[in-house]
Design a protein. Structure first.
Length: 205
């Protein structure tokens, strides 16, 4: 099973807390930690984006300006690379985004720990949904944490646990929290709407 449904109250509470912190931290502060003058609040988050045409662009971006422009831009770009991996399945984006010491703190049963985990999950799901896309609906940067709200879409035309797809549409949501180290993502926590996914695949409900 490529994703894991988390029902623990603590996991949900942690996600809500980070989302709330990201919103609160968007309030103006006098200056960046790196000494840069405070930019106009309406333009600064958009200036942090990497506009390379191959990278996914978030639909909405909220940034804690106390992080500092240089560090914030680094974290935004890491998020763009990571979710471009989920959007395309191309390993080079994953390699650019996560550390070799990366750890999944909500590891589903059967998935390998470390960088091999996301790669295995992507390949498994793309065997079922070859046209899978990942929309980066919301991106929040708060300190050394990245929080993302994602929407996965595609069509079930492949195979999933012995079930052959009939072209059913797939659309479900996920929330990720990524911990950024010195230069790459070092660990994460994630929650996916597996009930919706499995119902759409026709293997439950």
């Amino acid at each position: 099973m490529p994703w894991r449904t988390l029902t623990r109250t603590a996991a949900v509470a942690a996600t809500v807390a980070v989302l709330a912190a990201g919103t609160a931290a968007a309030a103006p502060v006098p200056a960046h930690h790196d000494g840069d003058p405070k930019p106009p609040s309406h333009s600064w988050p958009q200036r942090l984006l990497d506009r390379s045409p191959d990278l996914v662009q978030p639909k909405a971006l909220t940034v804690d300006r106390s992080v500092g422009a240089r560090r914030a831009a680094q974290e935004v770009r890491l998020a763009q690379q990571l979710y471009t991996f989920w959007n395309t399945g191309q390993q080079r984006y994953l390699d650019a985004a996560i550390s070799p010491q990366f750890r999944d703190d909500t590891l589903p049963p059967g998935r390998p720990q470390g960088p091999a985990g996301p790669l295995t999950a992507s390949r498994t799901f793309r065997a079922a949904v070859p046209d899978l896309t990942c929309e980066l609906s919301d991106l929040l940067v708060t300190g050394d944490k990245i929080t993302a709200r994602l929407v996965f879409r595609g069509h079930f035309t492949g195979n999933f646990n012995g079930t052959r797809g009939k072209g059913q549409s797939v659309e479900f949501n996920a929330i990720d929290i990524q911990h950024v180290g010195t230069d790459r993502i070092v660990e994460d926590w994630h929650i996916e709407d597996n009930e919706t996914l499995l119902t759409q695949l026709g293997v439950r409900g």
